[in-house]
Design a binder for this molecule. Structure first.
Ligand code: ZN
Ligand code: ZN
Length: 103
């Protein structure tokens, strides 16, 4: 096996998967990574709860809230907890990854 170059699905930068890593993934029956090490590290930090916090306003009641997602990149509606719960009750629960509000 040779080293291979993949393109990160998040930042579109190319990254290298060395043959040891490919062998390891194959042995564990794991898919090849889709994110570069930088983005994987970022994701890991996010999973550990070390997120950046953003100040924004609820799109419904205009109350100021703090969210863990960049409001400029988030495509979901940004709602405060009460409005989110309301929205969730009134709509099909299609939102699998709700925006957590940090209080
Ligand atoms: Zn990346
Ligand atoms: Zn609200």
């Amino acid at each position: 096996m040779a080293n291979m170059t993949l393109t990160c699905k998040v930042c579109n930068r190319q990254f290298l998967v060395i043959d040891q890593e490919q062998a390891f993934l194959k042995e564990k029956n794991l898919p090849l990574p889709t994110n570069c090490p930088g983005c994987r590290q970022e994701r890991r930090l996010k999973l550990r709860g070390e997120r950046a916090l953003y100040r924004t306003t609820c799109q419904k009641c205009r109350k100021e809230i703090i969210v863990a997602y960049d409001p400029k990149v988030v495509k979901n509606m940004i709602l405060c907890r009460q409005d989110y719960e309301q929205y969730y009750l009134e709509n099909d629960p299609i939102i699998v990854d709700p925006l957590p509000e940090v209080s």
